[in-house]
Design a binder for this molecule. Structure first.
Ligand SMILES: [Zn+2]
Length: 204
């Protein structure tokens, strides 16, 4: 499969409804977000993102349904010892899609309005997130990157019993017996040791 920086599906045959036209568009591939895109998303990737997207006509007036998934390997720092940890991340999605030529060309995720306190949401407003697109050629790359980033774990551990770092930065997983210089004295000193320096003798 060819690695690319976009994830374009052409939905024109779903929009024209030519007789005999298929009511489905399918695409899959490997997406390679640029360094800049990864920085923007707060993601560090080890390899490309594998994706697949299928868009189907629902038989209704204008409505389409997009479903798909994106997966790949993210690199995060262990929250205790800061070494790189690789995590396999997979996100799938299912959104209604609306063709809105008046809007911008790019694929946009429109989040469902939150119910106002004490009020009701009009069901016709749609209580679900949906995608809007303004041109038959739809690039899903940004959406796929966002869904992947959202699915990433907030923090990672290299191992459940990671020992973390000593105060001098030594990795205690590699050097379990390491004691940072000066640490013995500090830790073994009584919390009241500072009182020894107080001169309580009124005669001096
Ligand atoms: Zn660790």
């Amino acid at each position: 499969m060819v690695s690319r920086q976009d994830a374009v599906l052409n939905l024109s045959h779903l929009l024209t409804r030519a007789p005999g036209a298929s009511f489905e568009a399918h695409g899959e591939g490997l997406l390679v977000p640029s360094e800049e895109e990864q920085r923007h998303d707060g993601v560090r990737l080890d390899g490309p993102l594998a994706w697949r997207v299928t868009v189907r006509g629902t038989g209704g007036d204008d409505d389409l349904i997009a479903d798909g998934e994106v997966s790949g390997t993210a690199v995060q720092e262990c929250r205790r010892c800061l070494t790189d940890v690789r995590a396999f991340v997979r996100a799938d999605f299912l959104y209604p899609m609306t063709y809105a030529p008046a809007g911008g060309k790019a694929l946009t995720l429109i989040e469902a309005p939150l119910a106002a306190e004490g009020g009701d949401v009009d069901p016709s407003e749609g209580g679900e997130d949906r995608l809007a697109f303004g041109a038959p050629e739809v690039d899903f790359a940004t959406l796929l990157r966002q869904l992947f980033a959202i699915e990433m774990p907030l923090t990672s551990l290299c191992a459940p019993d990671c020992r973390g770092l000593a105060t001098d930065g030594t990795n205690l997983n590699d050097h379990p017996d390491h004691v940072p210089e000066g640490a013995t004295e500090r830790t073994e000193r009584s919390p009241f040791a500072a009182l020894e320096d107080l001169d309580l003798d009124p005669r001096s």
